[in-house]
Design a protein around this ligand. Structure first.
Ligand SMILES: [Zn+2]
Length: 81
């Protein structure tokens, strides 16, 4: 008498494989091997398109531009808000 005692453990891959969302890191695979294209200024931001060399994710890094201060073109005079 053979009893088929199936230990059907569903070994779910519940690992929190978190990828930090930051500049220079692919948000899909976490690689830092990104090849950047020419940046494009948008209204309040600059877009840096890139291709991840590892997973070929075609993405864009968006940098927000925030007003900081006025300076004279020679940098000698600073006018802070
Ligand atoms: Zn990637």
């Amino acid at each position: 008498m053979s009893e088929t005692n199936e230990t059907n453990e569903t070994n779910e891959t519940n690992e929190t494989n978190e990828i930090r969302i930051e500049q220079g890191i692919c948000p899909k695979c976490g690689s830092n091997d990104l090849e950047y294209g020419p940046n494009e200024p948008k209204d309040e931001s600059i877009h840096y398109p890139y291709i991840c060399q590892k997973c070929k994710f075609d993405g864009v890094e968006v940098y927000c531009i925030e007003f900081a201060e006025h300076i004279s073109s020679d940098g000698k005079e600073v006018f802070q808000a």
